[in-house]
Ligand binder design. Sequence first.
Ligand code: 5GP
Ligand code: MN
Length: 338
Amino acid sequence: MNLSKYPLKSLRERIEQAENILVTTHVNPDGDAIGASLALVNVFKSLKKKVSVISPNELPDYLTWMKSAGEIINFELKPDIAKSVIKNADLIFYVDFNGIDRLAKAADYFQNSTAYKIVIDHHPNPESMADLTISEPGIGSAAELVFEFVKQIGFSDVLDKDIAECIFTGIMTDTGNFSFSCAYPGVWNNMAELLSYEIDRDRVFSEVYDNYSENRMRLMGYCLNDKMKIIPEINSAVICLTIKEMDRYGFKMGDTEGFVNMPFSISGLKFSVLMLEKDDHVKLSLRSKGSFDVNLLARKHFSGGGHKNAAGGEMPLPIETAEVKMIEILKEYNAELG
Ligand code: 5GP
Ligand code: MN
């Protein structure tokens, strides 16, 4: 992938001259958000730049092993420190998101900053929220885009095993462990290149996928056995979880990661949604197989967005009402889903 359409030369000068670089990513960060952000952070550190990193909220345990993860400032937990870091930044990178509201409670503070801002993202239809937007929706992960960016801007010399592991994690998680969004040769060439840094692929896999609690496994069983509703006429699956049910299984951030994909092992299934009860809304994870566009669905009905086959959003309703409404909305798409 060629990034020569972006002004990389002047951006390189900006990076070299910056006093305080700040990297941030979207709320409820996943493997790609953290992998891509920390890859960039570690590159800047190796270049001897002063760099900070903010996450709008907590990151899941399965990502805390990555290099510099301990330096991530959780805006929700340490708002005062985060606000002062935002105020002092002169160069800000927005990684893996395409709309300012994805910064949740931190959004206003970032918007008020006068720093030069750069988006590095792979979601379609980026909002205009930065001075420079490097947006490549054809690429499977923001981490792979960061890899290309680092190489093409001329910082390859500092790439090492730790940075390669951050990038690898982003690619692995945003492609569902190489099951989607990776049907193009470039990503496999990049994989081969990353392996040449002698990353410990097996360990990275285990850190991400084999690091959950027994409780999480039981919650998964409960979801599949008791909670998954299949609506055969629209080839759809709906899983709803209440706060009470999550509490029963000692729910921790990240525990429901991947649950929304499980129904797709059922033959012919085209759509799946995971609905999680929060204090004042229901958080949605939407997935599809094939041509049904959940990004459009999320934008139209659920104040959200994402990619064609993976998106998110929310419903400002009690969970029972939200479930009924969800099924009603899905039935409107009978022509596409049926
Ligand atoms: P997940 O369901 O794994 O949380 O998110 C799937 C995809 O949708 C990711 O690309 C994520 O960034 C995006 N996404 C999730 N929730 C929202 C949301 O509320 N708004 C927008 N615009 N995108 C979301
Ligand atoms: Mn991503």
